[in-house]
Write a protein that binds this ligand. Structure first.
Ligand code: UDP
Length: 251
């Protein structure tokens, strides 16, 4: 048990400060996708699916960039929230939050793959939130790595690629200050109340891919930042284990 756990008072869902919500992967939920999984992370559930196109974006051809490309789309289904969330298509434009999140997912997943080894292909990652209760972007990244791993297994087994392009696995988790206590993996109620909310993206070698942190209702000290990073890293290690197990699930 870490120091952080000892200083925490109990959270409203009974978790310790450095405890993740339960995480499970249900693979192959979208049979037409090359790889797919439903990540269930507490009450947050996201479908992550990978499809492959045998072409690359025009800008790559124009600029003579070799290899493949990976890009992501994120959306919250209308019934993922308590109040119906209007589809972007009905509004005629993608909302700013979704755009920010899908760019983050794309950057995070590009960090775990050698696109030269993918050949002239585009890997499309689609993340659709079935149920939102905080941490949808971190669930989308963590689940997308599993969906991507399943897709790559298929490409290797059907001989479309000869070498595994995956580098180090990537996962993400949120941390924050709730009542001044550093907490791991905020749900919606905590996210709403948090003075500081951060999203950590790391690879399994311990390399940081991205850190998004905002003192929304206050500031945070370097000591608090280091405490949040420490509990975040512990959570991420558990997530890498869960991803590895999910990728070994029998079809
Ligand atoms: N949320 C919502 N409707 C929205 C946006 C967010 O109900 O249009 C809720 C949802 O539970 C989400 C949480 O607010 O998970 C936190 O949203 P945030 O933008 O911080 O992203 P997330 O934590 O999901 O990555």
């Amino acid at each position: 048990m870490s120091d952080t756990t000892q200083i925490s008072k109990s959270r409203h869902d009974g978790r310790a400060a450095d405890q993740l919500r339960p995480v499970e992967f249900k693979n192959h939920v979208a049979p037409h996708a090359t790889g797919s999984t439903l990540i269930e992370w507490g009450n947050t559930r996201v479908i992550c699916a990978v499809m492959i196109e045998d072409t690359v974006p025009r800008w790559m051809k124009d600029q003579g960039v070799t290899g493949g490309w990976l890009t992501a789309e994120y959306s919250m289904l209308p019934y993922s929230t308590l109040q119906r969330k209007q589809r972007d298509i009905s509004k005629g434009k993608i909302d700013g939050r979704s755009q920010e999140i899908q760019r983050l997912i794309g950057r995070a997943l590009r960090a775990c793959i050698d696109l030269e080894k993918v050949g002239q292909r585009t890997l499309w990652i689609d993340c659709d939130v079935l149920q939102a209760d905080g941490g949808t972007r971190t669930a989308a990244i963590t689940g997308s790595y599993v969906a991507l791993g399943l897709a790559i297994q298929k490409l290797l087994s059907n001989g479309k690629i000869s070498t595994n392009p995956l580098l180090s696995p990537v996962a993400a988790v949120s941390v924050g200050l709730v009542d001044e206590t550093p907490c791991l993996d905020l749900n919606y109620v905590e996210d709403f109340a948090a003075g500081v909310d951060m999203n950590l993206v790391m690879n399994a070698d311990g390399g940081w891919v991205e850190i998004q942190g905002t003192g929304e209702k206050g500031t945070f000290s370097t000591e608090q930042f280091n405490q949040m990073l420490a509990i975040g890293k512990n959570g991420l290690r558990q997530l890498f284990d869960l991803q590895t197990r999910a990728l070994k699930q029998q079809p």
